[in-house]
Design a protein around this ligand. Sequence first.
Ligand SMILES: [Zn+2]
Length: 260
Amino acid sequence: MLISSTTYAKTIIKGEIIAGGIILVNTFPGANVRLDGKEILVSDQGVFILGFQRKPKEIQVLQIIYDNKIVEEITLNVKKRSYIIQKIDGIEKEKVDPPQSFLDRIYLERKSVKESRNKALFIKELYYNNGFIMPAKGPISGVYGSQRILNGKAKSPHYGIDIALPEGSNVLAPMDGVVLFTDKNLYFSGGTIILGHGQGLTTSYLHLSKILVKKDEEIKMGHLIGKVGSTGRATGPHLHWGVELIGKRLDPQYLNVFKK
Ligand SMILES: [Zn+2]
């Protein structure tokens, strides 16, 4: 995929402005930034990232501010996407509609994942700026955004990419970062790792058979973090790979904006 770059008077935008996309922006040191009036995390050097949800607002306004004055205003026209419908049958019944007895457990797991992800907001180090590789290479068996029908029931969209690989295949850190969360057996996602890469950006790795990192560990791109499995809600071994930026669930394919 070609990565485009647009230069404005003070600001350079790299990446595609599209639903599920992520862009890398360089402006000047000391700048403050707002997107549709909302403050954005920016490094002292003027570096920041923005993400666009599955169904984003089509026109968003980026303001670069210095000394309480708007120095530059950039209108972002966010490209829409259409999503496929994916039907998956043969999933264990209780993994599609969990019995009452599991609801407390699921609630607590979601809470703990959310709390761990929130810690990503405090990672000032711009790990994402050190490069990007794929965490695993294999056939893509599930794409971002698809509307899913599991055992005949409409469920929430698929927020990630599924890579089909044999049980035990290596999963590598696609970028430098810090381990925010690990759990061997979450109800839906099974063996799970969440990494933080700076300014609220997180990536997650689900259904793992093995976890080879510890919480708070700092890791480098290419580090072996775990092994592919089929734990949690999975019909066969695969890696589910997800990306989130401050509450927005993005399409992992657009992380290639960080490729050196
Ligand atoms: Zn998946």
